[in-house]
Ligand binder design. Structure first.
Ligand code: CA
Length: 469
């Protein structure tokens, strides 16, 4: 209980920091145009040019919205009004608005309008993997070991001990991967590829389950706005993440994920140029909608969020809050800039919502990975993230024909640490059916093993220990 209380206090503090920082940035932007550039450099956030996200106050009519948007020469590019928003009584949703004005200029003008509740950038997020680590190409799954199974790999997450105790997961537990797409046909993932029961085996070309997405069998591609969640070798990051969560174990090939038996669903929103706030909101709400619907509900335990960038977004925080209400954990990468998230907030791992678990990366010698961001109050725990071997789509050329085949590769990043924790959440849920998100989070944080390199660098001061629950 003590830890939970500490966590609550810590989260409140982080909200204040985040809120102040955002206000200051936008205040700077409003002062004069010369500050626009300096603020932009200061925050270094990548945004979609000439776009903003606008939320009008509930009682503003469509005509009044149009009139207000004219003041920034704005046109509605897309109305985002998800089922998850409607379920919460949100009458208007949020608008993705295009404007000839510079985005931050339009935002500062929009914020001055009485009809507008908030206006913010359409940030661009990137996955949080670093490049391939060629020093770890021997296939060692150090991250899955622990002191009991391999003294030389004592800093792994001790999944091997859990497996030995016959804790290997359950096909009734679903995990949402918010990332690139993943190769659900991969030899080491296919058995754990989840399907949407509202669409699987139903009529092609029809939105059978009425969630707004036609034939979303394996999930949805919000970047391409279609149902092909796997688009080839560029979906390597999402596929790598999938393998660490739920690579099929005990099949004599490839790798083993933390949770050998689980169902994975995809909300692809990272494309070749990254992903946007607008699509992140839809991706988060997609899983909330699948879980909370009356017909064919899907038992989504957690989403894995190995991505980051951008500043504070009220619209995205609201989506994460809806996931929290639905009992879905939001497990997120701390980031790869090596900086202190307490001093410089990092999102989405820094959102002050109870379901967020922020994950730092450690090496196989127990050190904080050189790239890993940290934060005594804003990052929860560490997990293996340096030199992680997992599944990727590979390309093979035979007789002048290129085919996609099952491959494996070593990546490093807080992107790789995060799915270890997500796999742990799935494993816990498999042995504790019906456990709440708060219970699962508490189990993961309270079983963390105290680790010198993480002392004072995260809330628990420790690393993931899958054998602890
Ligand atoms: Ca559908």
């Amino acid at each position: 209980m003590k830890k939970l209380h500490l966590l609550t206090a810590v989260c409140l503090a982080s909200l204040l920091i985040a809120g102040c920082s955002q206000k200051d940035d936008l205040q700077d932007l409003q002062d004069d145009s010369s500050n626009l550039k300096s603020a932009s450099v200061k925050t270094n956030y990548e945004v979609v040019p000439n776009e903003l996200i606008v939320k009008f106050k509930d009682d503003v009519s469509a005509e009044a919205q149009t009139t207000a948007l004219l003041k920034i020469n704005g046109k509605v590019k897309e109305k985002i009004h998800t089922n998850a928003m409607k379920d919460k009584g949100d009458k208007l949703g949020v608008l993705l608005v295009s404007t000839p004005l510079q985005a931050f200029d339009a935002i500062s003008k929009a914020k001055g309008l009485a009809e507008v509740l908030y206006a913010e950038p359409n940030y661009i997020y990137q996955h949080t993997a670093t490049s391939n680590d060629t020093y770890y190409t021997n296939g060692s799954l150090w991250g899955m070991y622990g002191n009991a199974t391999s003294p030389a790999n004592q800093y792994g997450c001790q999944a091997g001990e859990a497996w030995a105790a016959e804790k290997t997961g359950s096909s009734s537990v679903y995990i949402g991967i918010i990332d690139e797409g993943y190769m659900y046909t991969h030899e080491d993932l296919a058995a754990n590829a989840g399907v949407n029961p509202g669409e699987f085996g139903k009529t092609a070309g029809v939105d059978d389950d009425g969630n707004g997405y036609v034939d979303d069998v394996y999930g949805w591609d919000f970047d391409g706005n279609n149902n092909t969640v796997f688009d080839g070798v560029d979906d390597d990051h999402g596929t790598h993440v999938a393998g660490t969560i739920g690579g099929v174990g005990g099949n004599g090939k490839g790798v083993a994920g933390v949770c050998w038996n689980v169902k994975l669903l995809s909300a692809k929103f990272l494309g070749s140029r990254g992903g946007t706030t607008a699509n992140a909101i839809k991706a988060v709400d997609y899983f909330t909608g699948l879980k909370t619907r009356v017909s064919n509900p899907v038992n989504i335990i957690a989403t894995n969020n190995s991505w980051g960038g951008g500043g504070f977004s009220q619209a995205l925080m609201d989506a994460i809050t809806r996931a929290n209400t639905a009992g879905i954990l939001f497990i997120a990468a701390a980031g790869n800039s090596g900086t202190n998230n307490d001093a410089t907030p990092s999102y989405p791992s820094g959102y002050d919502v109870a379901n967020v678990i922020a994950v730092a990366s450690i090496t196989n010698t127990g050190a904080l990975s050189s790239f890993s961001q940290y934060g005594a109050t804003t990052v929860d725990l560490g997990a293996p993230g340096s030199g992680i071997y997992s599944t990727v789509p590979a390309s093979t050329r035979v007789k002048n024909k290129t085919t996609i085949t099952s491959g494996y590769a070593n990546y490093s990043g807080t992107s790789m640490a995060t799915p270890h924790v997500t796999g742990a959440a799935a494993l816990y849920a498999s042995t504790h059916p019906g456990a709440s998100a708060a219970t699962i989070k508490n189990a993961i944080l309270s079983s963390a093993v105290q680790t010198a390199s993480l002392s004072g660098k995260c809330v628990t001061g420790g690393r993931l220990n899958v054998s602890g629950f």
